[in-house]
Design a protein around this ligand. Structure first.
Ligand SMILES: N[C@@H](CCC(=O)N[C@@H](CS)C(=O)NCC(=O)O)C(=O)O
Length: 205
């Protein structure tokens, strides 16, 4: 049975899982996630994406999916062996999930790119406040990237692949929604991200 990733090409967390698969060189099938279908709750009790299925094993939550991909398959290591670098990677992944994603993904990207196109109401002031929060969180990453090329050292790790889609999707925003402006070290890091074939291979249409 092929490896299945339930998700959507436009979803930042799905793209993070796809980046791990692409960096690892693991073939997979992207299955459109129908979050509202009754049976989707069996795949993910909180009805989110991505979900990975491999030979009867299922795992959800992007960070867990990415770790599984790195550890279950041959290919280049996506997590550092050095305990301090690995701790740094885990620190950044936790910070992305707790401080960046709630503001950037749920606070800005979903209202602007999911709710508004469906004609659902969007509170501009709330979106702008979320963008400011996201930018403040990303400023911490920007400062860290004055000292390192990638978030956890001199090679890209899962932390980079968790963050990159959130930064990429931010490029489509305008005005006070933008959370990636004036962060030069993050911009230089994103230039490096953009040069990876995995990033081109997972770019949403
Ligand atoms: N904590 C989850 C978050 C996943 C998540 O929020 N995915 C978004 C897409 S980027 C989603 O499924 N949104 C649909 C919804 O909230 O209804 C993870 O790390 O996988």
């Amino acid at each position: 049975m092929p490896l299945l990733l339930h998700g959507s090409a436009a979803s930042t967390f799905t793209r993070s899982a796809r980046l791990a698969l692409a960096e690892k060189g693991v073939p997979y099938e992207l299955v459109p996630a129908n979050l509202r279908a009754a049976e989707y709750a069996e795949l993910h009790p909180w009805r989110k994406m991505p979900v990975l299925e491999h030979d009867g094993f299922r795992v959800y939550e992007a960070a867990a999916v990415m770790r599984y991909v790195d550890e279950a398959f041959a290919g280049p290591a996506l997590q550092p062996a050095d305990p301090r670098e690995r701790a740094r990677m885990t620190q950044w992944m936790s910070a992305i999930n707790d401080y960046v994603a709630p503001a950037a993904v749920r606070g800005v990207l979903i209202p602007r790119f999911v709710l508004a196109p469906r004609g659902l109401p969007v509170d501009d002031a709330k979106v702008h406040a979320s963008a400011e929060k996201a930018k403040a969180a990303l400023a911490v990453f920007d400062a860290a990237l004055t000292h390192t090329v990638w978030l956890a050292g001199d090679r890209p790790t899962l932390a980079d692949w968790l963050l990159a889609p959130i930064v990429a999707s931010g490029a489509g925003l305008t005005g006070a929604d933008r959370y990636t402006d004036d962060l030069p070290h993050l911009a230089a890091w994103f230039d490096r991200v953009n040069q990876r074939p995995s990033f081109a291979a997972t770019r949403p249409n």
